[in-house]
Design a protein around this ligand. Structure first.
Ligand SMILES: Cc1cc2nc3c(=O)[nH]c(=O)nc-3n(C[C@H](O)[C@H](O)[C@H](O)COP(=O)(O)OP(=O)(O)OC[C@H]3O[C@@H](n4cnc5c(N)ncnc54)[C@H](O)[C@@H]3O)c2cc1C
Ligand SMILES: NC(=O)c1ccc[n+]([C@@H]2O[C@H](COP(=O)([O-])OP(=O)(O)OC[C@H]3O[C@@H](n4cnc5c(N)ncnc54)[C@H](OP(=O)(O)O)[C@@H]3O)[C@@H](O)[C@H]2O)c1
Length: 275
């Protein structure tokens, strides 16, 4: 096993919908990361209690079920938390999540403790613009939750807009957590209105949520109107995370509005695709 790979224990699990869940694992003492980064998580199905209960005695079991499978996962929790939290989709025929969905408290996973990724606020050179826009679909919310649990994010920007798009209301996970961050960190920086949360639900009508896809909302100005602030090349950092089609289409919409990709610290737009 690589030097970077450590065994971690599942400490809690929250099921949001049949296709979405979150879980926390123990944090190795040596593991450090920056809010927004991701790690590689590994599962060996034969190590899951579920597998041991249902399959272990079956000698004809597929040998693939005894192999480690690794996937990239953004960290939800803050760099200061004692545990590490993740937010996961379930792809019924996906090699990783078809197994991971069965994890139970006490199960062991593998964690590659080398953090990766440049969807971090450190990628932007100073001086900082005043507004930060965080645009996510589905589990792409994860890195933004980590950033929002870092006081520095709140101190560095005048406004933070979080627009988070899911297909249905029940898939809009973490809403209570976002509201508690608004309250807790907003109080710490004496500005409860600093975080502007814009929920988007695209496949059913929901009171208080927008219903169109992010690129359309941006091009029509609906998102900016809801946030109450403009997107401007000189005052805006914008990060996109989640569905690659959303990332591509939204990037194009932002370019149409005059923003530019962030390269070597300069520019507005930073992105991360999940597949
Ligand atoms: C940098 C990075 C960070 C990531 N962070 C997360 C995370 O925090 N949470 C998470 O659930 N996944 C995350 N992913 C995706 C993750 O690595 C796996 O793809 C996912 O766990 C599914 O694995 P699988 O083997 O079951 O299916 P795969 O064979 O990996 O994927 C099969 C198909 O499922 C769809 N898919 C994959 N991931 C997602 C997703 N997250 N949401 C919706 N559809 C998806 C795509 O259509 C993909 O082609 C991340 C990916 C990258 C590159
Ligand atoms: N969510 C489910 O019920 C479900 C169930 C089983 C399996 N899955 C699998 O999970 C994956 C999708 O999961 P998901 O629901 O988290 O992700 P998703 O399809 O990325 O949907 C999440 C949000 O992103 C939006 N979106 C999609 N493409 C976009 C684009 N080009 N521009 C802007 N917004 C865009 C969606 O809007 P739209 O609604 O307009 O697309 C939705 O609001 C698929 O592989 C699917 O097969 C999902």
């Amino acid at each position: 096993m690589s030097d970077n790979i450590q065994t971690v224990t599942v400490l809690s699990k929250t099921t949001w919908t049949p296709n979405l869940f979150s879980f926390t694992v123990s944090r190795p003492d040596s593991f450090k990361f920056t809010a927004g980064q991701f790690v590689r998580l590994g599962v060996n199905p034969s190590q899951l209690k579920y597998y041991q209960q249902t399959e272990a005695s079956d000698e004809s079991s597929d040998t693939a079920l005894n192999e480690d499978v690794f996937r990239a996962y953004s960290i939800v929790s803050s760099p200061f938390d004692e545990v590490i939290e993740f937010f996961s989709i379930v792809i019924p025929d996906g090699a990783f999540t078809s197994q991971l969905q069965h994890l139970q408290v006490g199960d062991e996973l593998l964690l590659n403790t080398m953090p990766f990724g440049f969807l971090t606020l450190a990628r932007y050179q100073k001086p900082l613009p005043k507004d930060l826009w965080l645009l996510a679909t589905g589990t792409g919310l994860a890195p933004f939750l980590s950033m929002l649990q870092d006081l520095k994010t709140w101190e560095d920007y005048e406004h933070i807009v979080l627009a988070y798009s899911a297909r249905t209301l029940d898939e809009l996970a973490y809403v209570e957590k976002i509201e508690s961050l608004q309250e807790d960190f907003g109080t710490l920086v004496d500005n409860p209105a600093k975080l502007i949360f814009i929920p988007i639900v695209t496949r059913e009508p929901v009171d208080g949520a927008l219903s169109e896809r992010l690129p359309k909302l941006l091009l029509e100005g609906t998102l900016q109107a809801r946030a109450g602030i403009a997107l401007d090349i000189d005052t805006t950092h914008v990060m996109l995370c989640g569905n690659p089609d959303m990332v591509e289409d939204t990037k194009e919409a932002l370019k149409t509005l005059g923003l530019v990709m962030n390269r070597r610290g300069e520019g507005n737009i930073a992105v991360e695709n999940y597949w």
